[in-house]
Structures are given as C-alpha cells and as structure tokens.
Design a protein around this ligand. Structure first.
Ligand code: CDP
Ligand code: MG
Length: 752
C-alpha cells in the first residue's frame, strides 16, 4: 500500500510540475484527455511487464518496445578512439581542421564568437591553440564554465594532453577550491570565480585572453560577465575575448559586442534517429531503465546515455538497472553503469570517460551536465526523460527553489545529438511528439530572468554600478525581480534607503556566499560566536554529511539522533562537527557514525577559507563556548525573513506570507518532538509538501530586533499596519529611485 501511495504522490507531484511550468512560462498546455487515457493504458502495460520480470522471465525485453513508434538497428560501431593516441585524437577533432584560420580571426579581432557542435573540440583545444600562438607569453588564457564538474574534468583532460601535472601549467579554480599555481598559464574556472576576480582586478590584467565557454547556457554569472567583459574589451586593446556557443543563437552575442565576427566550426556529425514515446510515461525512471535494458539486449555495440534531472533519480536509476542486470545473470554481456552529477566525488566523475572493456557496454546516467558541457565518445544511444532541474525564483515564497521542469526543444535536440558523435545513433524520447511540439518551450528562459539576484546586485553595487537597470545586460532581468532582490538586501542591512551599499554590505561582498550566510558570519563576529558560526556556514555549503544505506536505515537513523540538539538543526551540525574534531578528525570515527568523511573534510576546507577571508578583513573570530543561545541569535539575524510560527503538530505557517510549511522528518525538532512557537529555516524544499530544511528555534524578541521591518513585538493592529506601511514605503522609494535613474539614463541616451 505504501508503495502505491508513494507512486501516486510522485505522479501527482510530477503533474504539478507540468502545471507549475505552464503557469510560470505561460506557454505549456496540459495533456489532452485522450493523452491522459493513453498514459493510463501505457502505465498498466508497463506494470504488467514489470511484474513479468519479477517472476524471473529474464531476457524478455528483446524487441519489446511497443511504446515506441518504431525501432531501428543502428550500424555496428567500432569505437574509433579506442586505439588512438592522445595527439592523434587531437588531430581528429573538427576544430583542428580550421585551427590556423581560427587563430587568424582571433588575432585580427578583439572579440570573436565561435560556434561548433558539442564535441568539436572548442573547450579542450582552443585554450591550447591560444597557448601555442603565444598568448600565454603575456598573461594567462582563461576559460570559463557554468559548471564545476566541467571546469575540473576539462582541466584534467587538457593537462593530460599537454603532458603535465594538473595544477601546474594547466589548472582550475572553482568556489572553495583553487587548483592553480604560479606556473599556470591555462586556467579553467567557473564563471562565478572569474566574476569574483573582477572585484579585485577590474581589468583582468592577469589575462591576455578569456574564452567564455558554453555561452548558450546563459547562466546567471555568464550573463553578468557578458556586461563586464564588454567594458574590459573597450578599456584594454590588448585583451582578446572568445565566446563559444553550441547552438546557432550566435547572432545575438555578435550584436551585443557591436557586430563582431562569428566563426563556424564545420560539424562532423552522424544522423540520429529520434523515437518518440507513443504515450506519456507516468514513471520516467522506470521507463528509462526498461529502455536501457532493451538496448543492451537488442542493439549492437555502442554506449548508452540516459538523461535524468538530479542525484536522487540518478541513483534510483542506477540501482534499478544494476538489479535487473544482476537478475539477468551471466547470459548477458556486462553493463557498466556510471552515474554523473555535480555532487559526485570527482574520482567517480572521471570514470565516465574510461572506455568500457571489450565485449561490454557502458551506460552513463547523467544530469544535463552531459548535454553540452561534457562530451563522452562512443555514445550511440540516448534515452531522454524530457525533464531538467532549474532554479526558479518563486515570488510567492520570496526565494529560489530548485524544481523539475520540462526541458526546452533546443535542449532535447542537444541531448539527441549526443548519440551521433561517432556513428549513426538513436535517441528515445520518453514523451510524445505532441508534447514536444506543443508543450516544450523553444529555448529555456535565461537564468537571469528567473532567479534571485541578491548576489548579482551586491556584486554590481560594489563595482559601482549604481543604476542596475542601465547595466549592459543582454537580456535585462524583470524589474520586479531586481526590486525584490534589492528589498531583501535592504532588509539584511546590506543596502541603505537609497539603494547604496552599506558598510555591512561592503563586507558581505568579500565572502563567496549567499548574502544571508555572509550576514550570519558578520553578526556572529559581532556577537562573539564567529568560531561556531563559521562551522555552521561551512556545513551549509557542502552536501549533507549523513549517509543512510537502504539496508541499514534504522541503524543510521539512530546514529544520527545521537547528535541531535533539541532546538536546532544548525546546532546539530555544529555538535557533529565538534565531535569529529574532538575525535581527531578521524575517518573511521565518521564511518562508525554513518558520516561521510569526505564531506566533513570539505567542510573543514571551506571553514579554513572563510576564516582566511575574515582574517584579511580583520574580523575577530571568537568562540561563545557553551553559550549556544548566542549562536542561535546570529542565525536568526540572517534568516529572520524565513521565520515561521507554530500552527499544529509539525506544522508551521510562514510569518510573512501565511503559507503553511512543515518540519522535515529528518529534522532534530521533528525527531525529538520539540515544537517551539517560533522558528527560522534555511530553505524550503518541495516534494509532496513544502518542507523546511534545517530549522532553528528562535525567540520572538530576536525577530523584532533583527527584522523590525517585518515584525514588532506587540502584534496589535496598528503596529502591524505601521510595519506594513514602512515596508511599502521602502519598496516604493527603491522603485522610484530606479525609475528616476532609468529615466535619466534614457534621457542621456536620447541626447547622445
Ligand atoms: O567543447 P566541445 O564540446 O566542442 O568539445 P571538447 O569538450 O573540447 O571535447 C573534445 C574531445 O575531447 C571529445 O572527443 C571528448 O571525448 C574529449 N574529452 C575527453 O576525453 N575527456 C574530457 N574530460 C573532455 C573531453
Ligand atoms: Mg565544450
């Protein structure tokens, strides 16, 4: 019964994502009645088939693909790269054929847009070409990536190609991890890292050239870099900028830089046959697993790539695949199942590039990281669920949430293209052709138009961009988002009434953290508990350290409970970290307590880096000893905007919006049944309900002290009205300030 209920919940929440997406983006239509009915039939059929499997009718999958319009056997493919040396592989890439032409265009133009299919060699080769052409004699060649995984793995590959050690000639930098040295001439980094470097060095004097890679992804930081680098190009005649894109939307980029040349790398791709599901799939994890097994049993040599939305689903898919393969036993050739997602340890990430041993097949299960950022050779079969995770600002909640959305048509085409890199391939889309044409957006909405801009606002303000609407955005964010983000920063005390950076705001910019976390550190220092807050902030910056093996769930839950601090999940983390420290930071202590040593070590590193910044800023790091109430106060000072009031058992309502939210079952407060009247939470997650993640009990006086714009201690009618009027006035002032500035800018433009 529980299983059925869980399945129902899952389907319901998926249906909700479609609806949500439809209401957000205004273009997506729901399923028709007919499609819904078909979906139910498909589900029944699938369940039947799955049932058959459990009865031990293995091998039954061969040719059983009635859900797909048709199925074609693709040509047997011999892995062309298997026996090639690295330099042979380099010379085989499409970009190699146009190397000299490309270098000449870059020499003659300060900005060049380069367009080429994924896998043509843009990311790994162009930095080396610039190096070979002498650019590194006068500065570094930098290459930005929207994703950490890509920055690390590409740097590793390039340092291998150049025959050196990673971190020497070729290095990488991501947040909280700098793997470069004095000898580094080619530096891969996330776009966020370069953006922060512009704070210190406005003209990027260390670099002779920057390659802004994956520009088509339109990540928030890349979009801000577009505006900043355009100014650098204008100021530094000796600086070269290359912008790469995997898609053909390059004209927009070229226009943005004033009509610069677009260089096309001629593609070398094979046809990919695209198969749509005849009916919508109710459970895409299950459908993907079945299709992968069908491919493995019924199709010639060639690797499989499955697209899922995130870690949990990827793990579930891998587990289920492995289970079926084990079940099929020795009769079938081995299938190497390899997950990849951003939180996966990097040594495991690297495994996706290993060649499958002769006679076996590789099956990679990935997030959209493998869409364009990473290229794996030898993929002939792609299975696309049709969904991706995106960060979207939810104005109702006043915060960002990572949610599952249908992918865009452009993304679907990128994904299917992954099957045609080394031979003619096949892509199975686990959604209908009607859904593809009618429900998917043509291209995704750029991140800058859908997320909270707190960090961007802080950064631009500290770069002295006073009028944000006048900053050179390629696609400006909606004014409402900008005003909301400014309002939040004002409430945190980072901006004053005129929208200018305050001294606290200036200090907050120094930390590579979300504004509330930076605020927590600063208040912690003021209250004399920076030592404790440093640990909490570091623990919040890494994945959860608890691990819960399915076969030892109860045992691990019991171990976790031993660390519980009744009034706070934040303090629970602190307690755990301090115990780890007390036990000599030992790895065996971690495994005894169901904790991941790797994650804790990462938290320790992050802590050290944040402590270094505090030291540079001459901010004292003192300990509050056993006075953990002060620590809770510092947490409250940063998260009062996420305050909630007790309503029922485990149920709270958000103090500002009145929206119901629930204690997560993993919370210490839930586990110990202690339900204080007021709490603050770190973030909300949407699964079946709105769950608050990481909760701490607070005193109502603290809310009034730190968030007077939201709360007053005597909640009588007039003081509430008063508070609301103040809020409204502040927001209006900000809007009008921006309006005036925008009008002045428009006037100036008109006069030009
Ligand atoms: O950037 P673009 O998509 O144009 O191509 P790339 O990432 O430079 O990839 C070029 C080649 O390098 C591909 O054939 C990849 O298989 C290979 N590569 C690799 O083997 N290992 C990596 N970590 C990255 C790329
Ligand atoms: Mg690339």
């Amino acid at each position: 019964v529980r299983e059925v209920r869980e399945k129902k919940e899952k389907n319901k929440s998926r249906q909700r994502f479609w609806e949500l997406a439809g209401s957000k983006m205004g273009k997506i239509t729901g399923l028709t009645e007919e499609e819904k009915a078909e979906g139910t039939r498909a589900k029944d059929a699938l369940e039947e088939e799955a049932g058959g499997m459990e009865d031990g009718e293995d091998g039954d999958y061969k040719g059983k693909s009635q859900f797909f319009t048709h199925l074609k056997k693709s040509e047997a493919n011999s892995d062309f790269a298997r026996n090639k040396t690295m330099s042979e592989q380099r010379r085989f890439l499409p970009v190699y054929e146009v190397r000299d032409e490309l270098l000449q265009v870059i020499r003659e133009n300060q900005v060049v847009i380069v367009v080429g299919e994924t896998g043509s060699g843009k990311t790994t080769q162009m930095t080396q070409y610039l190096h070979e052409d002498g650019y590194t004699d006068v500065g570094m060649v930098g290459c930005t990536q929207p994703r950490r995984v890509a920055a690390m793995s590409v740097a590793k590959r390039v340092s291998e190609e150049m025959g050196g050690e990673l971190g020497q000639e070729v290095g990488y930098a991501i947040r909280f991890e700098d793997c470069t040295s004095e000898n580094t001439v080619i530096k891969y980094m996330t776009d966020g890292v370069l953006l922060r470097e512009t704070l210190r060095e406005g003209d990027l004097d260390n670099y002779s050239a920057i390659i802004m890679d994956e520009a088509h992804e339109r990540s928030l930081n890349t979009d801000v870099l577009f505006g900043i680098l355009r100014q650098v190009v204008a100021r530094r005649r000796d600086f070269h900028l290359v912008v790469t894109s995997a898609t053909l939307d390059s004209k927009k980029f070229a226009d943005f830089f004033g009509g610069v040349p677009v260089f096309n790398i001629p593609g070398r791709t094979f046809p990919v046959e695209v198969m749509f599901s005849k009916t919508p799939q109710e459970d895409y994890v299950e459908a993907a697993v079945k299709q992968a097994i069908a491919v493995h049993l019924g199709h010639p040599e060639g690797d499989i790539l499955i697209f899922m939305t995130g870690q949990e689903e990827i793990e579930a898919t891998c587990f289920s695949l492995q289970e079926r393969i084990d079940h099929l036993g020795e009769k079938v050739p081995p299938l190497l199942i390899l997950p990849i997602y951003s939180q996966l340890p990097s040594d495991l990430q690297a495994k996706i590039f290993d060649k499958a041993p002769e006679g076996s097949r590789k099956c990679i299960v990935s997030t959209n990281i493998a869409e364009t950022s990473l290229t794996v050779d030898g993929i002939l079969y792609v299975i696309d669920t049709g969904y991706c995770k995106m960060k979207v600002y939810n104005p109702k909640m006043g915060m960002d949430a990572l949610q599952v959305f249908p992918e865009s048509q452009a993304a679907a085409n990128q994904r299917s293209g992954r099957a045609g890199r080394t031979g003619p391939g096949t892509c199975w889309r686990l959604f209908t052709e009607t859904a593809f044409r009618q429900e998917l957006l043509a291209v995704s909405v750029p991140e800058i138009q859908r997320t909270n801009l707190g960090n961007v606002v802080l950064l631009l303000k500290s770069l002295n961009v006073d009028n944000l609407l006048d900053f050179g955005f390629m696609d400006p964010p909606p004014k409402e988002n900008l005003v909301n983000s400014m309002f939040q920063l004002w409430a945190l005390g980072a901006l004053d009434n005129t929208g200018a950076l305050t001294p606290i705001g200036r200090k907050m910019v120094e930390f590579p953290l979300d504004p509330p976390l930076a605020k927590m550190l600063l208040v912690g220092a003021e209250l004399g508990c920076a030592d404790e807050v440093l640990v909490i902030v570091s623990m919040l910056s890494v994945p959860s350290a608890f691990f819960r093996p399915p076969d030892r769930a109860e045992e691990s839950d019991a171990a976790r409970e031993k660390f519980f601090v009744p009034e706070s999940d934040h303090l629970t983390m602190l307690h755990m970290y301090q115990q780890w420290k007390k036990n000599g930071y030992r790895a065996d202590w971690c495994s005894d307590h169901f904790l991941q040593a790797k994650v804790l070590r990462k938290a320790k590193e992050v802590r050290q880096q944040l402590a270094d910044i505090m030291e540079q800023q001459k901010i004292p790091i003192r300990s509050a000893g056993s006075d953990w109430d002060t620590v809770r106060k510092a947490i409250c000072a940063a998260y009062f905007h996420n305050a909630a009031k007790l309503k029922g058992i485990g149920e709270y309502v958000n103090c500002r919006t009145g929206i119901p939210c629930f204690l997560h079952p993993s919370s210490a407060l839930y586990g110990l049944g202690y339900t204080p009247d007021y709490i603050i939470y770190h973030e909300l997650v949407y699964t079946t309900k709105e769950y608050m993640q990481c909760v701490t009990a607070v005193e109502p006086e603290w809310l009034a002290e730190f968030g007077p714009m939201f709360f007053s201690i005597k909640e009588n009618h007039s003081s509430r009205l008063d508070a609301r009027a103040k809020q409204k006035a502040a927001k209006l002032a900000m809007e009008s300030e921006m309006g005036v500035a925008a009008a002045a800018a428009a006037k100036a433009r008109a006069e030009e």
